[in-house]
Design a protein around this ligand. Sequence first.
Ligand code: GLC
Length: 585
Amino acid sequence: MSLTTEEMIGILILCCHYVYRLCCRVFVLCSLGILSKLDYFEELNIKTIWINPIYKSPMNDSGYDISNFIEIDPIFGTMEDFEELLTGMHDRGMRLIMDYVPNHSSKEHQWFEKSRKREAAYKDYYIWRNCVSEGINIVPPNNWVSKFGGSAWTYDDLRKQCYYHQFFPEQPDLNYTNPEVVKEAENILSFWLDKGVDGFRVDAIKFLLEATHFRDEPLVNKSQDKKTVVNYDDLYHDYTTTQLGLHDMIREWRALLKKKSGEAGKYRLMITESYDKNEIKKTMMYYGTNLQYEADFPFNFLFLDDLSSISVASISKILDTWMSNMPKDKWPNWVLGNHDNPRIASNVGSTHARTLNMLMLTLPGTATTYYGEEIGMTDLNYHNDENEGRDSRNMLQQPMVDRDAERSPMQWDNSTNAGFSSANKTWLPVNQNYKTLNVEAEKDQSSSMLALYRKLTKLRQSELPMQRGWTCFLDNPEVVAFVRETDGLNRCFIVVLNFGDMKVNVNLTRMHIALNGHATVHISIDGRRDYESINLQSVTLDVGEGMVLEYRNSQPVHDNPGPQQKCYSIEKACYVPMIGIFLKC
Ligand code: GLC
């Protein structure tokens, strides 16, 4: 099945740009707040913004517990404000992606209220099972455990049954074996598509369906006493994740998105969220096939899941795992941070955070930036006390690592509350390093992280070889290196990054016969080596140093890959310089 014009345009927009993930409440206040930051986005070449759930919610899980899917929570403004934001973004050629949470609602959703009361139309909107009462204890219908620990079943006094919840008890799972629920999900998507939103990040997708036999899930450690099973990792989740019918549902949603993509230049994006550590094939399924599309891409969490230590080998493995498993003709994507994981600069240190961002923004496909990464924000370092901890994971019987640390307010400048708010207290505390680490301070500093971000995102936006065509990884144990080139252009980019713990000197000409002579530094990690002429026989890089080199190649690298080199073409396209356009080739 070949791509339609809308799909081509949509994918072109996607590939050239990157997705900026922000959280209202800690970035600026939605929706008009975002509107006031459009200049900032423009300076950073951001075209696509993904916002956290802003729907009506009691906020037990930062808005991922929704009590009305088609209303805006007053803390984020009104529907009119939202529409103004959308129009403002579209006027500037920007796109807005919403978070869509189909797996569960809030307990406070009226559907749940009605379901508890067994109102006929809503009786089966959630997953209800009988559970036995043994004195004050309730024996759940089976051993299923919530992702956040403890039984996934909670007893409801009114209905006198247990309901299933994959996350907090305040987030009952919707029952997708009920066709009415399936219809509700489509109505919600249609509502926002009709408003004009540009797509969705679909939350917690693999949990959508459960096995209808409700059998116990198998124990990972067969000898574990069944009564002690409380942790999510104690079980194999054969009956509560990735059930038969899941991909049919996603295809239905894709069809709906496609139907709503008819207007000229309008493309609706779908990104899926599913952590499938060590099960890359499961992740890749969300792309669908070339006959039946599903997501534009499933989020690539390899950097979050697998990067225990930084080395050339560990990074190369991540790159290879994604690129070699991705189905032909699909878009790659790279994620270094989000609202559920420690910030990259805290995880790997500020030096490697820069190099990793340089890598992410020069790889093919879509890059996702979590707000604040562009200035090198780090995790909040404080001990939760009753007043400050916001993530309900603090309040669990067996508390889990909370996610407040990565959700602190955006650091705009060195004024009160980092310029985020003039209130006495913010939702989460401001990171105390804001006095020096902030947008204002980095704005005019040529060696800052922000300056680096601006250059890299500009490069993605303006240079054809960074947008489409070929990526050839050069095999070298000392550096991560790759070439980005486009058929028909004799100008390419070579990216070289030192993820090791020693200064290195590498000979790039040994890595490929097409590489010889000199190249010019287009972007260096701190701006100091920009425009330097580099002899490809002797490229020296300090620890954590990276460079994007501009090179005139006499022959394409992908025409003649060596035995150790892997070349990938992403939606292969040829640039025809005579007429200045891309052609599918
Ligand atoms: C997703 C969200 C996470 C939330 C969970 C339940 O994983 O990213 O923040 O807690 O879904 O909705």
